[in-house]
Design a protein around this ligand. Structure first.
Ligand SMILES: Cc1cc2nc3c(=O)[nH]c(=O)nc-3n(C[C@H](O)[C@H](O)[C@H](O)COP(=O)(O)O)c2cc1C
Length: 337
């Protein structure tokens, strides 16, 4: 059994020096998207959350969500649930898949999860949270990390108490999304709260919430002192954010991608999905990413409609390239007009 000191040392190695971390995101951070973000400079990635019961029942969809790439390290598998024994057993099973970290979800605000006392509901049941963490930490050799919101309610945040509890119970790093459960995604993430956790914690703290550019990334690091920054929405349809951050961290100038480059990355994304999942599933999985890549650009709804009618990879690629060509041709004449 690996000692807590050794697990904490390993977590330190993973997070110190990591420029940015890709957040766990349900329906988004599948293996292909994680590998793509890594190729752009994400230093650590997480699979989307999986339920402890799904893992224990050997649910194929759950195991599909935990599928890891051969060179995909360091990567974390995130579990949610509310039963300490089941979570411990699920963590043991997840460990066998080969991740570097087991993460516990104490932040998910959605009803389906909290009504079964999982996710952020545990912020309102600290004795149960403690039991869960202690059992999971005991069960696995990997470092266990936790991802929290700042409290169940905005008016009564309890992140300091939670931080202390998590540390005492054996968590090796903590991600703080600076919102309460009742805020869902509204308002602004409270970075001051993250700074307070950084000040108090003796384990690495990963800051999370509202980072959409390298400027935000730098500001979060400076304002909170966090070890590294976790990015969710800012990476959807935008793996480029990680290269922008890499450039900033090395003091290099950065040129944002033009539409032609975005389309080539979309094609790469599509081809990776197809290579992994076959033509039909690969195409379906890529669909939800398409419009995010081209958000805010002209005629995207029309483009999406055309793409959704196609089942053939080459036809989709031809439509995308034609779009890029058209947009590139248009740009100067629009400026001139
Ligand atoms: C589509 C979507 C799916 C998410 N799924 C998860 C998840 O599975 N586990 C988790 O801990 N957080 C999940 N989150 C929350 C994010 O990881 C992150 O904490 C939150 O979006 C704040 O970060 P951001 O401002 O960079 O988006 C999800 C967020 C989004 C937008």
């Amino acid at each position: 059994m690996t000692s807590l000191a050794a697990k904490r040392q390993r977590a330190r190695e993973i997070f110190s020096g990591a420029r940015a971390v890709l957040s766990p995101m349900a329906g988004v951070t599948d293996r292909v998207f994680r590998e793509l973000c890594r190729s752009f400079g994400a230093d650590v990635t997480y699979c989307e959350f999986v339920s402890a019961s799904g893992v224990l029942h050997g649910n194929p969809t759950t195991f599909d969500l935990m599928e890891l790439g051969e060179d995909e390290h360091p990567v974390g598998i995130q579990l949610f649930g509310a039963d300490p024994g089941l979570l411990a057993e699920a963590a043991r099973a997840a460990e066998k898949v080969g991740p570097d970290l087991i993460d516990l979800n104490f932040g998910c605000p959605v009803k389906k999860v909290v009504k079964r006392n999982g996710g952020s509901a545990l912020l309102a049941d600290l004795p149960l949270m403690r039991e869960i963490v202690e059992e999971v930490v005991q069960a696995v050799d990997l470092p266990v990390t936790a991802k929290i919101r700042i409290g169940w309610t905005y008016k009564q945040p309890n992140y300091m108490e939670v931080t202390q509890l998590l540390e005492e119970a054996g968590v090796c790093a903590i991600t703080v999304h600076g919102r309460s459960r009742d805020q869902f995604f509204t308002g602004q993430a409270n970075w001051q709260a993250i700074a307070e956790v950084v000040e108090a914690a003796r384990i690495p703290v990963i800051g999370n919430g509202d980072v959409f550019s390298a400027d935000d990334w730098l500001r979060m690091k400076e304002e909170t002192g966090c070890e590294t920054v976790m990015i969710a929405r800012g990476a959807i349809g935008n793996p480029f954010i990680f290269e922008e951050i890499a450039a900033r961290s090395e003091g290099r100038p950065y040129e944002p991608p033009d539409v032609a480059r975005i389309v080539e990355v979309m094609v790469e994304h599509l081809d990776r999905e197809i290579a992994l999942k076959g033509a039909h599933t690969g195409m379906m999985r890529m669909r939800k990413h398409f419009s995010h890549y081209l958000k805010g650009r002209p005629k995207v709804a029309e483009l999406r409609k055309r793409i959704y009618q196609e089942t053939d990879r080459d036809a989709v690629v031809a439509i995308l390239r034609e779009y890029a060509h058209e947009q590139t041709r248009r740009a100067p004449s629009e400026e001139e007009a």
